[in-house]
Design a protein around this ligand. Structure first.
Ligand SMILES: Nc1ncnc2c1ncn2[C@@H]1O[C@H](COP(=O)(O)OP(=O)(O)OP(=O)(O)O)[C@@H](O)[C@H]1O
Length: 428
């Protein structure tokens, strides 16, 4: 376990959306056939471009992805829907080309990228085994040698002469997994297929992948099941919005993912132990997002974040400055504001009792998950904390209320606004 067998350097994948027909998942065979057709088109019409530029929108599914995988490592690729996991596996299995960056792969790759990958619906189980084996690089003799093992593993003996269009999705995936795993690849890429099979079959697949790894082969698995990832993998890569958010020991990466993988509910009852600093003078009882989307701590892109706080004050306090702030989920401080930032410099005084406070944060954050911190200081000069908490995951959706999406070609945590002037414009 030493040499890297996969090296991914500054990988980026841009999709052009808006002009394309909605497509279902493409099988490996579809992708190969499509590649051949598009190559033919390019050759016949080298300068042709039938993309309607008015509808053309660029979308980066992966940006600046870099990591190394060593031989024999079993690695889980995790992340929320749309994080870029499948795109990464498609690039590694060379079904899709990267827009930027490089991949280096040492060894024969076999991949199982989705239910029914490479299966022809009209062909029988047997015919599909031979077809898939051939697509995945096995010789006829090799397939023959492996045939019984594949059939026994997939448990589809009774249906070998049935066209696979009559198979259930579970039967499909069993056969597809059996073919991919028995090909004895040096690198096995498996994308979220285990969820389809029953528990027994899932266990069997995990066992098979462990065996593949024990033989010194490398396995990359995309899964939403943290128990599968934990059971199988020693290492994990967490993708978030097309970027590597964390990489390392599986437990650490899963912990990071689970802590931050979703927005909190729109109303949160705050416990004493949730407070980061003391609660002798004041405590927060409840935090509520007034303008929540789907009853979660979630707002549309560009929508201000309006919050109501219920607090309890235990003793008279003066010169109180309430504040709120935002951090990224990896801890980068974006900003903190205080209630008296408006120029009045009027600090608040409280008698013991219960109060309700409302405030609104303007929102120029990029879509994503953030941590909201809320609290109170006593006086600005001494910056004395009265109480602070950092317990809310707030999500900025990837579109505005009326469906607009941010431009993809700018970067940063916040969306910047600018005006430009030029004395003379040069074109061409
Ligand atoms: N062919 C395509 N054209 C345009 N956009 C695409 C295409 N394929 C994927 N995308 C987009 O790229 C992003 C990443 O997709 P991808 O399938 O890699 O995510 P994922 O992490 O595997 O998601 P999931 O867990 O839901 O399967 C998504 O926003 C998706 O809509």
């Amino acid at each position: 376990m030493s040499d890297p067998v996969i090296r991914v350097e500054n990988l980026g994948k841009k999709y052009i959306i808006g002009h394309q027909k909605q497509q279902n998942y493409k099988t490996l065979r579809d992708a190969i056939a499509e590649k051949a057709i598009s190559l033919k088109k390019q050759l016949l019409k080298p300068l042709g471009n039938n993309i309607d530029d008015r509808n053309r929108k660029e979308f980066w599914a992966l940006t600046n992805v870099s990591f190394e995988i060593k031989q024999g490592e079993v690695v889980g690729i995790i992340g929320r829907n749309g994080a870029g996991k499948s795109t990464l596996l498609k690039i590694l299995s060379r079904i899709t080309e990267p827009t930027k960056g490089r991949i280096y792969i040492k060894g024969k790759v076999s991949s199982l990228l989705e239910v029914g990958t490479g299966f022809h619906p009209e062909l029988t189980g047997i015919e599909n085994i031979y077809l898939n084996g051939a697509i995945l690089g096995m010789s006829k003799a090799e397939i023959k040698r492996k045939f019984d093992e594949i059939v026994a593993f997939a448990e589809v003996e009774k249906f070998l002469y049935t066209p696979v269009k009559y198979y259930s999705s579970g039967m499909y995936v069993r056969l597809a997994f059996a073919v991919a795993a028995h090909l004895q690849p040096e690198i096995l890429l498996v994308d979220e297929v285990l969820a389809v099979g029953d528990i027994e079959f899932q266990k069997k697949c995990i066992g098979k992948m462990e065996k593949v790894a024990e033989e010194g082969r490398t396995v990359l698995v995309v899964s939403h099941s943290m128990s599968t990832v934990k059971a199988l993998c020693s290492k994990a890569v967490l993708l978030e919005q097309g970027q590597v958010k964390a990489i390392g020991l599986v437990d650490c990466v899963i912990r990071e993912y689970l802590n931050f993988n979703q927005a909190d509910t729109a109303e949160k009852i705050v416990k004493d132990e949730d407070h980061l600093t003391g609660i002798s003078k004041l405590r927060v009882q409840k935090i509520r997002l007034i303008n929540s989307v789907s009853n979660l701590f979630r707002v549309y892109w560009q929508q201000p974040i309006s919050i109501s706080l219920d607090i309890e004050v235990f003793e008279q306090i003066e010169e109180v400055a309430f504040g709120a702030g935002i951090r990224t989920i990896d801890g980068t401080h974006v900003y903190t504001v205080h209630h008296d930032d408006n120029g009045t410099h009027q600090l608040w005084k409280f008698e013991p009792g219960e109060y309700s406070i409302e405030f609104t944060l303007e929102n120029s954050l990029r879509p994503g998950l953030y941590k909201l911190h809320i609290g109170a200081d006593q006086g600005h000069t001494s910056s004395k904390n009265i109480c602070w908490l950092d317990i809310i995951n707030v999500e900025i959706l990837d579109h505005s209320e009326n469906g607009e999406v941010p431009l993809q070609n700018n970067s940063g945590i916040v969306i910047g606004n600018s005006t430009w002037k030029a004395p003379k414009i040069f074109t061409g």
